[in-house]
Design a protein around this ligand. Structure first.
Ligand SMILES: [Zn+2]
Ligand SMILES: [Zn+2]
Length: 378
């Protein structure tokens, strides 16, 4: 049965109020217009960035929903169901990964190799579809889309700038997490820090982003990769992915930076948590020429203090969204690696749930019981 040109009625998880669990409701998804793409979702990863509004934690990603319901979710993989008349890069039936960072390919920033930002949309305007409209409705009322993606729904309409056509051999059950966690961590190591062969790295926080950072350090040829986390089971998974040493701060009386300095310091440090205390510890553990990469999202309004003497001594500090890499090419590259068994991301997927059980995913994420939960739609 084809729905081309017609609205689709399906299930979605809606955020009705910040700080409250999601509700499973029936939504109507209108046909795509202009350069929009309607995608049938196969899998969607649950990221902490979706958790912050559910838990009511304030970050620098500010939502102003005006009281409207919103479909959360910014990691997703699926199949193109239909396209608007101006779409050129994907066709119905194509396998795609959803991109929370848009890449229109036409603006001045898309043409600038030094950034992966795009002028075609921002976190607020992206919540609407073309022309400030909403293609998705509940009880006749407009529904906003988190990051313009809204992947916690059986069907979603996104702009062409927010899909990457990927290898037809891709396993759609797994590759959703490449769209945020894997790309962010992996390219944080390979593209922002540009980890050098033979170097020593420390990765703080071994969630899906931290584990992906470990994979990036491994593929860049790091000689030593030290993982730090408060959960021992994450350390075990990190070792399977290339981590050479694991330290649980709860099991030692010493400061982590004291331990690392006594072992000769590190060349690269990654904060995959978004904690000012961790950033401080990273700076203390770095060699004078070391490179600190900020990857985690800190609470709203936090600032980082760096002694100027550290910068004069040659330290580097950087950060970026989605590894500061052009999102379409990075998604396609990482999916290709996964298709040839060179990117073992399945180890990070510790749980698969139906959409109806999505609130369990947020509870488990908050409790440190899950690395990545993937919502399955089929
Ligand atoms: Zn994310
Ligand atoms: Zn652009």
């Amino acid at each position: 049965m084809t729905f081309v040109g017609k609205p689709i009625t399906c299930k979605a998880a809606l955020l009705r109020k910040e700080g409250h669990p999601l509700t499973i409701e029936t939504i109507t998804v209108d046909p795509p217009q202009g350069s929009e793409v309607r995608v049938r979702m196969v899998s969607a990863g649950v990221c902490a960035t979706d958790g912050h509004p559910v838990w009511g934690r304030e970050t620098d990603v500010q939502l102003d929903t005006g009281g409207r319901p919103m479909v959360l979710g910014h990691e997703g993989a699926g199949v193109v169901e239909s396209t608007g008349p101006e779409v050129t890069s994907v066709r119905p039936g194509d396998k795609v990964v959803i991109m929370w960072m848009p890449e229109c390919g036409r603006c001045a920033l898309c043409a600038n190799p030094r950034t992966n930002h795009c002028l075609s949309g921002n976190i607020v305007t992206n919540m609407y579809h073309e022309g400030g409209q909403c293609r998705t409705r509940v009880d006749g009322q407009p529904v906003l889309m988190f990051f313009g993606t809204g992947t916690f729904a059986q069907y979603t309409v996104v702009r062409e700038a927010q899909v990457a056509k990927v290898n037809p051999k891709a396993n759609l059950n797994d590759i959703c997490i490449i769209g945020c966690a894997v790309g962010t961590g992996y390219a944080g190591a390979t593209n922002i820090a540009k980890v050098q062969r033979g170097s020593k790295c420390v990765v703080w926080g071994l969630g899906a982003i931290g584990l992906s950072t470990v994979l990036g350090c491994r593929d860049a040829g790091a000689a030593e990769i030290i993982g730090i986390d408060r959960n021992d089971y994450k350390g075990e998974i990190a070792k399977q992915l290339g981590c050479t040493q694991f330290i649980n701060p709860k099991t030692t009386d010493k400061q982590i930076d004291d331990i690392l300095k006594s072992e000769g310091g590190v060349d690269y440090a990654f904060d995959c948590i978004g904690s000012v205390d961790v950033i401080d510890s990273c700076l203390k553990s770095l060699n004078p020429w070391g490179f600190l990469t900020l990857i985690g999202l800190p609470p709203r309004g936090k600032t980082v203090n760096i002694p100027s003497s550290r910068l004069l001594a040659g330290a580097h500090v950087s950060g970026g969204y989605y590894g500061n890499a052009k999102p379409r090419a990075l998604n396609q590259h990482l999916v290709d690696l996964h298709c040839t068994d060179r990117l073992p991301i399945e180890h990070m997927i510790t749980q698969r749930l139906n959409l109806d059980d999505i609130n369990k995913a947020f509870d488990d994420l908050k409790a440190g019981k899950a690395i990545r939960t993937v919502i399955m739609f089929d």
